[in-house]
Design a protein around this ligand. Structure first.
Ligand SMILES: *[C@@H]1O[C@H](CO)[C@@H](O)[C@H](O)[C@H]1NC(C)=O
Length: 278
């Protein structure tokens, strides 16, 4: 029954190789569009101090994350949740803020925020009153005060791709143009998800043809920033980390209030919201 000629063995092997390669190609194209949601970075803000395990403070953090998991209707993608806890003698403020990438609003946002929140609370920064964690699709911040509207210049990361650019096919100037133009769009396009008040979406993604290559970019500010704040934050971070990414094929720059990314491959679905083909 199991006897087989070398011909059929060869065929089976061929078939397996074809199936596996096709699967790998599928996985690659999906992951390059970032339909996955990976952990990127975190920072424990030790200067804000510690809370005691089992304290009201910890319970409040837990409660706020829990409340985020219940709000399925929030399609806005940003929220700051506060709670006062009587920890020790002085009442403490417990704050959690999250910001999702605009094309991940809805259920993806909720699951990202809950995963990220518990990751900070239980694994990455247990007992730290302050912490920030970045995922592909969201960032979550713990704080003991209201941080909204202020630009955080201290907690940030530059994550360059390993590969260097070859030659001058993608000049720095072009990358800066794309990031600046995306920032302009981010602060002018009106958010379609908010009814009533006209508020800029503070997010934009797009691509631009440069010779034989495409350059893909994305910029986002947190919803608590004003237009001016978003411009300031983007300007600062585009300049601040330039040494880190100038010679690289791609980068993600992460901060509490604004983020950007560019790559030579697509990482945002072009059919998603606020996407421009230049
Ligand atoms: C962006 O703006 C600059 C001028 O500021 C322009 O030269 C460039 O072509 C624009 N477009 C893109 C996609 O970079």
């Amino acid at each position: 029954m199991y006897s087989s000629s070398s011909v059929s063995k060869g065929f089976v092997l061929y078939a397996i190789v074809v199936v596996v390669t096709t699967q790998l190609m599928l996985v690659r194209s999906v992951s390059s569009l970032n339909l996955t949601n990976s952990y990127l970075q975190h920072k424990c803000l030790v200067s804000l101090g510690k809370y005691k395990p089992g304290s009201d403070y910890e319970k409040s953090l837990d409660d706020i994350i829990q409340s985020f998991s219940n709000e399925d209707k929030n399609s806005y993608g940003y929220r700051a949740g506060f709670s006062m806890s009587a920890y020790g003698k002085e009442p403490d403020m417990v704050a959690i803020t999250y910001q999702c990438r605009i094309d991940s609003r809805g259920p993806k946002c909720q699951s990202c925020v809950v995963t990220a929140g518990y990751e900070l609370l239980r694994k990455r920064c247990p007992r730290d009153k302050g912490a920030i964690i970045w995922y592909d699709q969201c960032l979550v911040e713990f704080s003991s005060s209201d941080t909204s509207g202020q630009i955080n210049y201290d907690d940030n990361f530059c994550m360059p791709s390993a590969k260097n650019l070859i030659g001058n096919s993608i000049p720095l100037e072009e990358r800066l143009h794309l990031l600046n133009n995306l920032t302009k769009m981010a602060v002018t396009k009106i958010d379609k998800n908010i009814e009533g008040i006209k508020k800029p979406v503070l997010y934009a993604a797009g691509e631009k043809r440069l010779g034989t290559k495409n350059l893909y970019g994305m910029v986002q500010c947190s919803a608590d920033l004003s237009v001016q704040g978003c411009n300031e934050c983007m300007l600062y971070y585009i300049v601040h980390f330039q040494k880190c990414w100038k010679s690289k094929q791609g980068v993600r720059v992460l901060s509490r209030n604004c983020n950007f990314r560019y790559e030579l491959y697509p990482f945002i679905n072009p059919k998603g919201p606020y996407y421009t083909k230049f």
